[in-house]
Design a protein around this ligand. Structure first.
Ligand code: UDP
Ligand code: MG
Length: 321
């Protein structure tokens, strides 16, 4: 059987401090296993403003299996990964973080599972060392909620660290939606999945680019890409409040007939107005979330632009996909 080929895709954004250990660990992985697998490295630089690009270029000069794509500005990890996925030509792909939180040494074990016939070998965190209690709690609650809202099975405690077979890569290349949430897309495409337990390390150097604001945005994106259930929540609340208000109207009518006109009622009036106002705003907000995404999608803009790469001329036609 012919030797299989595999691309390791590494999105990088201001990772100059991580590149030292990153390059040396990747290089030893590739060189130690070159009899078994034909490895390629694909660095996607997501508009770094530090020295990351220079360091990647230097590395690529001396290592012919290292390829790079530099995006025209910072587009976010989602788009950076998509840029990489669009340019993969090998039989499989593994996505890892540049900060070495996903140990590259585990890739040969993932390859074994791939050889057994699995299409999507996703790494699942056995522990979440280095994360705060609050982050663990919020992420658990979020996944439970998301699973209740959708029929697509969701893989908990997984990130983007996974091995994808050519079948999955081709499926993902066809999903060029602008509001991307990779985790949702990985679940949505299906195929033969298997989990693989690992311990996620702490960052080797530098700082995380995430904060709670960005995570909240990502969580909302997750929900809105998976499901339209929140729109139904608005309908449900509307229906519920209407039914209750009919009964309340009957009660007031009968009450007035029996006891005459009842002027006091300030508290109940105010409560009703505030309650309904709140629900209306919430519903508008939910509609707005979906409408905004429709707006962004209908503009049909390319997901990213490439500033520079060393992939060779055959790729340049669809640079701006
Ligand atoms: N990253 C990126 N673009 C961004 C932010 C992050 O390509 O706008 C990359 C980053 O260089 C790293 C990976 O995405 O390789 C994960 O980022 P980070 O470590 O900040 O996230 P965390 O591990 O804390 O979830
Ligand atoms: Mg990280």
């Amino acid at each position: 059987m012919a030797k299989r080929s595999l691309t390791i895709l590494i999105p990088c954004y201001n990772e100059e401090e991580s590149t030292g250990p990153l390059f040396s660990r990747l290089a030893s992985l590739v060189e130690d296993n070159k009899e078994k697998i034909d490895y390629q490295l694909l660095f996607v630089d997501d508009g770094s403003s530090d020295n990351t690009r220079v360091l990647i270029k230097d590395f690529a000069c001396t290592h012919d299996y290292a390829k790079y794509i530099f995006l025209s500005r910072n587009f976010g990890k989602e788009k950076a990964m998509f840029a990489g996925i669009q340019h993969v030509t090998t039989d499989a792909l593994v996505i890892i973080d540049a900060d070495l939180q996903d140990p590259p040494e585990l890739i040969p074990q993932m390859v074994e599972l791939w050889k057994q016939g699995y299409d999507d070998v996703y790494a699942k965190r056995r522990s979440r060392s280095g994360e705060t209690w609050l982050k663990k709690f919020t992420s658990r609650t979020y996944y439970n909620l998301l699973q209740k809202l959708t029929d697509v099975p969701i893989q908990k405690d997984t990130g983007d660290f996974r091995l994808l077979d050519r079948k999955c890569i081709e499926a993902l290349q066809r999903l060029d939606e602008s509001e991307r949430n990779s985790k949702a897309l990985f679940s949505w495409i299906g195929f033969k999945k298997i989990e693989f337990l690992y311990d996620r390390d702490e960052r080797v150097a530098g700082k995380t680019k995430w904060n709670y604001g960005k995570l909240f945005g990502l969580a909302l994106d997750g929900i809105t890409t998976y499901t339209i259930a929140p729109l139904r929540v608005a309908t449900f609340f509307g229906g519920f409040v209407s039914i209750v208000s009919v009964f309340y109207a009957i009660y007031i009518f009968v009450h007035t007939l029996i006891t005459g006109i009842d002027v006091p009622g300030y508290a109940s009036t105010l409560f009703t107005i505030l309650f309904l106002g709140g629900i209306q705003l919430l519903s508008l907000g939910i509609i707005g979330e979906y409408l905004g995404r429709i707006f962004l999608q209908t503009k049909g803009r390319p997901n990213y632009f490439v500033q520079e790469d060393n992939l060779g001329s055959e790729f340049h036609e669809d640079d701006s996909m």
